[in-house]
Design a protein around this ligand. Structure first.
Ligand SMILES: [Zn+2]
Ligand SMILES: [Zn+2]
Length: 436
């Protein structure tokens, strides 16, 4: 009997629908950058050109997070001598047509009219292929300390707030961002940015706010992801903050993002904030804003500075965290399962900044703030495996576990002697259900 006769037309139609349904329900990995600047603030390029930079290189989504603003209303950007030298207007006209840039002269200055978010969307979005998100980098400060918070999927900008010290300033801005998202009835995420930028924030600050996300890796050259002798690196901060959240504040651990914080799109150098360095890979059913946001909120994503994973999966019933790398040629990997043991204490062994000194005084003496030193139960390596796949089965002694994959390839934008290797960071799993 031949196949055509075997399957009646009705069954064939049903099968076709089933296949379609399966393909729609199937999840895919989508690559995105959630921290991006344009001419709307201090990024040095038109938003539509920034978007196509990412689209052309296989990214699936990106969020605009300009300082203080969202892309609404009328705004004219001052095209500086540097940008004229790069030929930004001509490049944009070449890409989007001769009428795509409106300019006017004001004395010596050349001003160009910026496209709003819907206008940029119309130009560059492709359903199922490339998606834009609107956001704002709420750019607050306390004295000489920057306090930056990203609100993603926010349309009406939130004004930055200043409170009585850095911690309360951070808490207030996070709260304002969450409130604004609620007002807009948008599901969005609030991210604490680059905590070690000017060593502004401590792990204790990250623990205390209502934000569920922070940047474990921000590729801007001023981000100090690796810390220094007096400041832990951002990964250690992640463990301290997540442990304090679980033990002291009864909140879920933080999820960690990797972002470009891109500003410079022409000159590529270690000291420039260039695009294409750090990103998130989000597992979602389809490329839409609600699906991407929901996946981020579930923690169904990993952060990366170059390492790609084939699979990361937490099997909750068996309490197994499975990690599989998509290996590159001639590259070696180490997979570390890191977390905190349940007997950890939520208070530091030593505090570097004496609490008796008011912050106003201590910041004047030495800009920057200090995370306490904690016992080694926080940020403990439970298992370290060389190779491209590994599984960790939780034994009951873990407060939570996360995986970090480190490649023996240095990140391409820094001199190799700096010893910064490409990584992928998966999200914490296995914490007590009561904290969900
Ligand atoms: Zn910032
Ligand atoms: Zn930024």
């Amino acid at each position: 009997m031949n196949r055509r006769k075997f399957f009646s037309p009705a069954i064939r139609v049903a099968l076709a629908w089933l296949l379609l349904a399966v393909s729609v329900l199937a999840e895919s990995w989508y690559k995105g950058n959630l921290h991006t600047h344009s001419f709307w603030s201090d990024g040095r390029e038109f938003p539509e050109m920034v978007a196509v930079w990412y689209r052309d290189r296989g990214y699936h989504f990106m969020a605009f997070t300009d300082h203080h603003v969202t892309q609404t209303g009328e705004k004219w950007a001052n095209i500086t001598t540097a940008e004229k030298a790069y030929g930004v207007i001509a490049a944009c006209q070449k890409r989007f047509g001769p009428d795509s840039v409106i300019t006017r002269q004001e004395g010596e200055k050349i001003l160009a009219k910026l496209k709003t978010f819907p206008e940029v969307q119309k130009l560059v979005e492709e359903p199922g292929r490339f998606l834009l998100l609107q956001g704002e980098e709420i750019t607050a400060r306390y004295l000489n300390v920057p306090v930056h918070v990203n609100a993603i999927n926010l349309y009406t900008p939130v004004a930055a707030l200043k409170e009585k010290d850095t911690t309360t300033t951070l808490i207030a801005n996070v709260k304002a961002a969450l409130e604004a998202l609620k007002q807009e009835k948008n599901q969005g995420i609030v991210v604490i940015n680059h905590p070690n930028f000017h060593y502004a924030l401590t792990a204790e600050d990250l623990a205390e706010t209502d934000a569920c996300f922070f940047e474990v890796y921000n590729a801007h050259p001023g981000s100090n992801n690796e810390g220094d002798s007096k400041h832990p690196d951002t990964e250690k901060m992640w463990d301290i903050a997540s442990s304090l959240r679980l033990l002291k504040w009864k909140k879920p651990p933080l999820f960690g993002l990797a972002t470009d914080d891109s500003h410079h799109y022409h000159e590529f150098a270690p000291n420039r904030a260039n695009p294409g360095r750090a990103f998130v890979m989000v597992r979602a059913r389809e490329l839409t804003v609600p699906e991407i946001i929901a996946a981020l909120q579930r923690g169904d994503f990993y952060a990366s500075s170059g390492v790609i994973l084939q699979e990361v999966r937490y099997e909750a019933r068996e309490r197994k965290l499975v990690v599989q790398v998509q290996p590159e040629k001639d590259t070696h990997y180490r997979i570390d399962f890191i977390g905190t043991t349940i007997d950890a204490e939520a208070r530091p062994e030593t505090v570097l900044a004496p609490e008796s000194v008011p912050e106003e005084q201590s910041l004047q003496k030495a800009p920057g703030r200090f995370t306490g030193r904690y016992r080694p139960q926080i940020g403990h390596v439970f298992l370290s495996v060389k190779g491209t796949s590994a599984t960790y089965t939780l034994t009951g002694k873990e407060l939570y576990v996360r995986a970090v994959v480190t490649s023996d390839r240095p990140v391409p934008w820094l001199p190799p002697e700096e010893g910064i290797y490409q990584k992928a960071w998966t999200q914490p799993v296995g914490w007590p259900q009561a904290n969900h």
